[in-house]
Ligand binder design. Structure first.
Ligand code: KG4
Ligand code: ZN
Length: 346
């Protein structure tokens, strides 16, 4: 029953948490969104600098909130891949330093494995196998979760990730950053049937379409064309209806693929993770479709959908319980497949 202090700095949140197995003891999330939003997206150099300025205070606050001393911590973990290299380095270096200083095991954690583990924080009795629908700013995949560290990718996006599509469409509608929560809010006041948009099917060389792979770049272009056409005709852009139609198309596309995948692989549970798991349209579509097929669908609470360190600690605790630790020579990687996570451990 390992207690782990975990650090997450892969993108624009400086987060530190303490987790005992699947039980949260403390969680600090310092968001950099106000800093980056004036640039319309994350600026990597600015992100690294912000992490550096915030990390020590976040660690102190996490220790204080958990009311633990270093003697009660069994391991120190940090996200080491994938993500922004400079940003990852800040968290990883802090974790290695703490591990050396307090003579504790050190673990590097794959960010997407963390998003899978977010579900366990609210569903501690959940056990594999189950299907994970990972929908974040950088990734969109359907993963067969067989065991800790044992994953198979069954489907993925061929181009933009779902969150990336939300952010790009928000940018072209001049709504601000990050786009997902803004589009979600506007979509709730719009008509999802106002515009018919393409779902983005992926053709197979043998004919037909891939049952689980998705594509969102065509959808983004279709929204751009729609906006350009309305502007050319000097008509106002009905932003709420565009947002609702776009969101509905993404939600239907993800739902269709996740349900087909779970049924074909005989999995009765779909655990959703990543920032787009917070989306109200996706939640509604997936819950309705899952109920119709007698499947269980689990969404983490909103604060564990977007980036946080609790999910990283939860994954690290499971690895540590199994005797997995990382060498102090472990470095960060901007890209690393989820199927390669066991490379991170002795
Ligand atoms: O998981 P996450 O915090 O960071 C990555 O690992 O990428 O996901 C961030 C992404 C952003 O693209 C953001 O726009 C999207 O999640 N997002 C949402 C919502 N909340 C965050 N997308 C749709 N609806 C939301 N409510
Ligand atoms: Zn993430």
């Amino acid at each position: 029953m390992a207690t782990v202090l975990a650090i997450e700095t892969s993108c624009d949140e400086t987060a530190v948490a303490i987790v005992n197995n699947r039980l949260l003891r403390s969680s600090i999330i310092a968001s950099q969104i106000p800093v980056h939003s004036r640039y319309g997206g994350v600026v990597p150099e600015v992100a690294s600098r912000q992490h550096l300025e915030t990390i020590n205070e976040a660690i102190a606050q996490a220790m204080e909130q958990a009311q633990l001393d270093w003697g009660e911590i069994d391991g120190i973990a940090a996200t080491c891949a994938p993500g922004l290299v400079g940003a990852l380095l800040v968290g990883l270096t802090a974790a290695k330093t703490l591990a050396m200083l307090h003579n504790k095991p050190f673990l590097g954690v794959h960010h997407l494995e963390g998003h899978i583990y977010a579900t366990y924080l609210s569903e501690p009795k959940l056990e594999p196998p189950f299907l994970s629908l990972l929908v974040s700013g950088g990734h969109t995949s359907l993963i067969y979760v067989n065991d800790c560290g044992d994953y198979k990718t069954l489907g993925e996006t061929r181009d933009d990730a779902a969150g990336e599509a939300f952010d790009k469409v928000a940018r072209l509608l001049q709504l601000g950053y990050p786009g997902g929560p803004i589009i979600d809010r506007l979509a709730q006041q719009g008509n999802p049937q106002a515009f018919s948009l393409p779902e983005g099917k992926v053709s197979l060389p043998s004919g037909g379409y891939h049952p689980y792979d998705a594509s969102f770049s065509g959808l983004k272009t279709a929204v751009l064309r729609l906006v350009q056409q309305l502007e050319k005709q000097q008509q106002p852009v009905p932003v709420k209806d565009v947002a609702a139609s776009f969101q509905d198309t993404v939600a239907r596309s993800l739902t269709k693929r996740a349900i087909a995948c779970a049924l074909n692989y005989g999995l009765d549970t779909i655990a959703v993770g990543g920032g787009v798991a917070a989306n109200s349209g996706l939640r509604q579509h997936l819950q309705t479709a899952a109920a119709a097929h007698n499947l269980r669908v689990l969404f983490p609470p909103l604060k564990f959908c977007t980036d946080n360190a609790a999910m990283i600690g939860c994954a690290a605790a499971d690895h540590l319980n199994r005797g997995h630790t990382s060498p102090l020579t472990l470095s960060v990687q901007s890209r690393l497949g989820l199927t390669d996570v066991m490379q991170l451990y002795h």
